[in-house]
Design a protein around this ligand. Structure first.
Ligand SMILES: [Mg+2]
Ligand SMILES: [Zn+2]
Length: 194
C-alpha cells in the first residue's frame, strides 16, 4: 500500500547554493539549515527524496559516473549529519542543447513516479520544495503541495509564477522554514497537503 508521505526536494538553490554546474562534491555548498530541515522532516515521518535537473551531463560538462559519485558524497554528508536522504533522482538531459525532449524533466512527473514505485509513496499526501517555477509546476503535476523557497532563483520564480497566475501552496524564506510549514501542515489534524 502506498502510504508513505514524502517531501520531494529540489537540489540546487534549495538544499545547496546554486553555483551553476558543479561537477564535483568540493564545489557543493550545502545550506547548513538543510541538514536540520531534513532531520526534522525525517523525524516527522516523511521520506526525503531529491529530484534534480543535472543537465551538465547532457551538456557534456561531466558524465553520469561523476554525477553518481557526487550524489553518493552528498548522501553521505546528509547521513553523517543525522539527516539521511531516502533517494536522489536526476534528469541528466539538456533538451535545450540537444533538441531532444526527454520524459523525465520537471515539470513532467516521471522522477516522482519512479520514486513512488521504488519507495511506496503516496504522492497526494506529499510535498515538493524548490526554487524555480518548474518545481512548483512539478509539485502540482504529481498532486503534491508545492512550496517555493526564496533561496536560489526563488525571487524570480515567485514573480514568474505570479505572472502565470500560479500560486504555490506556500512560499518560505528557505528550506528550514519550508520544513517547519510542512510539518505543521502535515501533522494529524493539520490541513493536509492541499
Ligand atoms: Mg533549483
Ligand atoms: Zn530527462
Amino acid at each position: 500500500m502506498k502510504t508513505r508521505r514524502a517531501v520531494f526536494l529540489d537540489r540546487d538553490g534549495t538544499l545547496n547554493e546554486d553555483t551553476g554546474y558543479p561537477a564535483d562534491f568540493s564545489q557543493i555548498h550545502i545550506y547548513p539549515k538543510a541538514f536540520t530541515a531534513v532531520r526534522l522532516l525525517k523525524a516527522a515521518g516523511f521520506a526525503a527524496v531529491v529530484v534534480t535537473h543535472q543537465s551538465g551531463v547532457g551538456r557534456g560538462y561531466f558524465d553520469e559516473a561523476e554525477l553518481e559519485r557526487l550524489h553518493r558524497r552528498f548522501e553521505a554528508e546528509f547521513a553523517r549529519r543525522g539527516a539521511p536522504l531516502d533517494a536522489i533522482y536526476s534528469c541528466p538531459h539538456a533538451a535545450d542543447v540537444t533538441g531532444e525532449a526527454c520524459d523525465c524533466a520537471k515539470p513532467l512527473p516521471d522522477l516522482a513516479l519512479r520514486a513512488a514505485r521504488d519507495l511506496g509513496l503516496d504522492l497526494r499526501a506529499s510535498f515538493m520544495v524548490g526554487d524555480k517555477a518548474v518545481d512548483v509546476l512539478f509539485g502540482r503535476a504529481i498532486g503534491a503541495a508545492p512550496v517555493l523557497v526564496l533561496t536560489g532563483y526563488g525571487r524570480a520564480a515567485s514573480a514568474e509564477l505570479a505572472a502565470q497566475g500560479v500560486r504555490p501552496a506556500h512560499t518560505a524564506a528557505g528550506i528550514l522554514e519550508a520544513a517547519a510549514w510542512i510539518i505543521e501542515r502535515g501533522r494529524p489534524g493539520g490541513h493536509g497537503p492541499v
